[in-house]
Design a protein around this ligand. Structure first.
Ligand SMILES: NC(=O)c1ccc[n+]([C@@H]2O[C@H](COP(=O)([O-])OP(=O)(O)OC[C@H]3O[C@@H](n4cnc5c(N)ncnc54)[C@H](O)[C@@H]3O)[C@@H](O)[C@H]2O)c1
Length: 394
């Protein structure tokens, strides 16, 4: 294998839509801490020991866009995800990151894409030796009207009326040949966008990060399926007090996330939970609860039956931290798509279903076991392709 020496490997450039949000600002602090204290390491990465042709974790650069005008350290403080002892020593570095204003939501999609592409060129000029990745961390949004179909990207670009802002960032990245991580529940992956990504060999990974409750739901549902035990009902409750939680109180904005959180259970099990009652017995609730901030809590009550249909029940209580769970996943995913790009692989990547509530692409793996197997297979493919052709495709 002809891998370059470590010092020849590219830095990773994260271009983040929503750069001052809770997750993005946590990523920014993690990158700053790793730069000066690489020995700290970063828990929760699947790529930590993989892909030697990628730069080390101490070389993660970040820039992006936001509608907020506050400086990044103020955003970090406002979100209250991290103690000040962690981020304050890096306040100067954080203030120095380039975060550009978002294009105006009232502009035609075509013009928003042009503006973002100009910004992307400026980011690339600022970090000429880095491998760029677009990361979407915008707030959950109402979905694009499904009745509007777009045969081609040109048709989509010239569409009239407002479009979700995520689309402009995703399309700009694809046209610039830059891989995309869509961590939000918002649809970027319209057919026309996926086809363009396939044509240009740009990796598209999404959507809706599976960071906490849903991650464990997939693990447990897969365990029930493996033992052929019948799940009769599954009740999931979340409380969280961050901006994402507040935003999700709007039913229109929450509907994509709710669908993603709900549908996957039946898909894994292969039957409708609650079928015997003639209605779904998979209930998912999200409640905004300010005292908790980013420290979300989730409860699951799972009713299942065994021999002779005798009922049993399981309780799961997760006391997590939304952005603390999500930030390493964002870095990890960016490393996966950068590695895919460097190996000359593109289009939608259903093999990254391990990371998402709603994996995009054909026939994504559903059970936990299949998702892990697909991830390992993808790793082998990347290593093989990269060893045949070690230089980045143009
Ligand atoms: N935290 C998790 O575990 C998790 C899991 C799955 C999905 N997600 C999704 O990740 C996304 C980010 O979550 P968060 O908690 O950081 O949200 P957040 O609300 O804290 O951050 C969103 C940021 O986007 C900015 N923004 C809004 N419109 C913009 C635009 N047009 N252009 C640029 N910036 C814009 C906001 O000012 C804000 O800084 C959400 O969609 C959330 O649902 C999070």
């Amino acid at each position: 294998m002809a891998f370059p020496e470590k010092e020849d490997t590219p830095a990773l450039l994260l271009m983040v839509a929503g750069a001052k949000g809770a997750v993005a600002s946590t990523v920014a602090v993690a990158a700053a801490v790793l730069k000066s204290e690489p020995y700290q390491g970063l828990g929760g990465l699947t790529t930590a020991e993989k892909f030697p042709f990628l730069g080390g974790l101490d070389r993660i650069k970040m820039g992006g866009w936001d509608i907020s005008t506050e400086v990044l350290p103020d955003a970090v403080k406002r979100h209250g995800v991290l103690p000040s002892s962690l981020w304050e020593p890096h306040a100067v570095d954080l203030t120095g990151l380039t975060i550009r204003p978002a294009p105006s939501a009232g502009d035609a999609l075509e013009h928003q894409v042009e503006a973002i592409r100009a910004d992307i060129r400026a980011f690339q000029a600022e970090h000429p030796d880095a491998e760029p990745v677009m990361v979407n961390l915008l707030p959950a949004n109402c979905d694009l009207d499904k009745s509007r179909r777009f045969e081609t990207l040109d048709q989509l670009l010239t569409t009239r009326g407002t479009t979700p802002p995520d689309l402009a960032y995703g399309i700009a990245a694809v046209l610039a040949g830059i891989p995309v991580v869509n961590y939000t529940p918002n649809t970027i992956e319209l057919d026309a966008v996926c086809e363009e990504a396939q044509k240009r060999c740009v990796p598209l990974a999404g959507r809706d990060g599976k960071s906490g409750q849903t991650y464990f739901k997939v693990v447990l549902a897969s365990a029930f399926k493996a033992r052929s035990m019948t799940v009769d009902g599954w009740y999931s409750l979340n409380i969280l007090g961050n901006a994402d939680g507040k935003n999700l109180m709007d039913p229109d904005r929450a509907c994509g996330k709710m669908k993603n959180k709900t549908q996957l259970l039946n898909d894994i099990l292969g039957y409708t939970v609650g079928g015997r009652y003639g209605e779904s017995a998979h209930k998912v609730h999200i409640d905004y609860y300010p005292p908790r901030g980013d420290a979300k809590e989730a409860w699951d009550v799972i009713d299942f039956s065994g021999l002779f249909g005798l009922p049993m029940s399981l309780r799961l209580n997760l006391q997590g931290r939304d952005s603390i769970l999500a930030a390493p996943m964002v870095i990890d995913l960016a490393r996966w798509v950068a590695a895919l790009k460097m190996a000359g692989m593109g289009g939608t990547i259903p093999e990254l279903g391990f990371f998402f509530k709603k994996p995009v692409g054909p026939n994504p793996p559903l059970t936990f076991q299949d998702q892990l197997t697909a991830l390992h297979r993808l790793e082998r493919q990347i290593i093989e392709k990269r060893s045949v052709s070690p230089s980045s495709p143009a």
